[in-house]
Design a protein around this ligand. Sequence first.
Ligand code: PLP
Length: 237
Amino acid sequence: MIAENIKSLRQRIESKCFEVKRNSSGIKLIAVSKTHSVDFISEAFKEGISDFGENKAQEFSAKYSRLGDKVTWHFIGHLQRNKVRYVVPAAGFIHSVDSIQLASEINKYAADNNKIQKILLQVKTSYEESKSGVGNVEELLELARFCEDCANIESAGLMTIAPLTDDITIIRQSFRQLRKLRDNLNSKGFNLKELSMGMTSDFEIAIEEGATMLRIGSAIFGERTRQIPGTKDREAS
Ligand SMILES: *Cc1c(COP(=O)(O)O)cnc(C)c1O
C-alpha cells in the first residue's frame, strides 16, 4: 500500500509541477512518519524516500537509534528546550525554530556535537490559536539575525503550517506570506532557500506558491490512529 501511495503521490507532484512549470527536482518530499513504525519507514525507504519527518523527541530518538543516518531526519514538531539535546545529534533539519532561546540551545548542543545544525524558522502565518511559530515580521528578523550569528547553526529557510480550513484562499495566503517573508529576508542579505510548506491536504497549493519542502504523512502512510487527546496531532508537542 505504501509503495502505491508513494507512486500516486509522486504523480500528483509531477503533474502539478508540470502545470505550474516548476522542476520537481527543486522539491524535497519529506515523508512524515510520526506515529508509524520503523517497518513503515523501511518500506518507504525501499521506494526511494530518503527524508522522514518526526514531531516528538522521544519517538524520534527511538527511531533514530534503529535507523541512524541511513535516512535524513527532519524534526518538524514543537521543540521544548529540554529536549534539544536528544534531537540535535539525530536531526538533519529542525523545522520548528521559533525563539531565540530555542536557537541558542540548539547552537550549544550543535557545538557539543561538532556539527552545524541546519534549521528552518517556523512562522505563524495564520491567526488561529496555535502555540508554534514566530508571530510577526520584527520578531522574525530578530530571530534570523540571531541565528546568523550562531556559529553552529545554518538557517536553511522558513517553515509554516497553514490554518486548518477548507478555504483555499486562506491557505494560499498563508503560503504566499511565507514566500514573501523569505524573499524579504533575502533582500536584506540573508540566504534562505527553503520553504517548508504543504501537507497531505494542501501540498498542491504549496507547490503553486513555491514550496521547496513538502511534509506529507497521511497520503503516504495512511491515516494516523494514535492521537494525543485534546490536541491536534500536527501541533502536539
Ligand atoms: C503531521 C504533520 C504533517 C503531515 O500531515 P499530513 O496531513 O498527514 O500530511 C506535516 N507537518 C507537520 C508539522 C506535522 O506535524
